[in-house]
Design a protein around this ligand. Structure first.
Ligand SMILES: Cc1cc2nc3c(=O)[nH]c(=O)nc-3n(C[C@H](O)[C@H](O)[C@H](O)COP(=O)(O)O)c2cc1C
Length: 195
């Protein structure tokens, strides 16, 4: 079956800096031969985790909303691109809200001691994290990167790279960056080419 890649554009700013990078990576991945899908997260309707503990015994979230639709896709694909900007020194709320809903997979792994990906014959899953920050403050990506690492690990996806660009603030500023677009495309290709 053809390798598939999903890009989640998590910023509410449609076609903003992180979305542009996600598109570049995804387009390169498609050109290399991958089946691709792009999702604008703010177009979906999902709640934050309610901390009800419902997933502790089943490994399934009890809330029935679009997070289930998105996670169905995330579990199915071979490659994942998460593109999310820095808001208030951390990952943007749209991304964090979705990531908290992955508590069901944490419960699957660490409470129920089961695999999230049950098919032992599946090829290794890989992904990249993309972010932009308006400032150049030291450590501005630290919090978001920790969250992204945790998320990819929970989903049994190898995080191949975190592509983080600082000093990129206004919509479209990333287009003026010297190397960012080429880097995104390079990793989009690598996502497909790495077996
Ligand atoms: C609500 C909000 C909070 C932000 N907080 C930070 C911040 O703490 N540090 C920073 O460097 N940039 C911050 N920014 C700037 C964004 O990270 C920057 O504009 C980025 O390029 C946005 O990417 P996007 O176009 O993909 O949304 C903030 C922007 C918004 C809208």
């Amino acid at each position: 079956m053809k390798t598939s890649c999903l890009a989640l554009a998590c910023s509410p700013r449609k076609n903003g800096n992180t979305a542009i990078l996600a598109r570049h990576a995804l387009d390169a991945c498609a050109t290399a031969g991958c089946k691709t899908e792009y999702l604008y997260l703010a177009g979906f309707n999902y709640k934050p985790c309610q901390a009800c503990g419902g997933c502790n015994t089943t490994g399934r979230c009890v809330i029935k909303d679009d997070a289930a639709v998105i996670y169905e896709k995330i579990l199915t694909v071979d490659r994942l691109i998460i593109a999310a900007p820095i808001f208030s020194m951390g990952i943007c709320a749209q991304a964090k809200m979705l990531i908290d809903r992955a508590q069901q997979f944490w419960a699957t792994k660490y409470l129920l001691k089961q695999k999230v990906i049950t098919d032992a014959n599946r090829q290794p899953r890989r992904g990249i994290f993309i972010s932009c920050a308006g400032t150049t403050l030291p450590g501005v990506f630290d919090g978001a990167q920790r969250v992204a690492n945790y998320f990819f690990k929970m989903l049994e996806i190898e995080l191949m790279a975190s592509l983080c660009f600082d000093g990129v603030d206004k919509k479209g500023d990333i287009l003026k960056h010297g190397t960012a677009l080429a880097k995104a495309a390079e990793y989009g290709r690598k996502l497909y080419e790495q077996p």
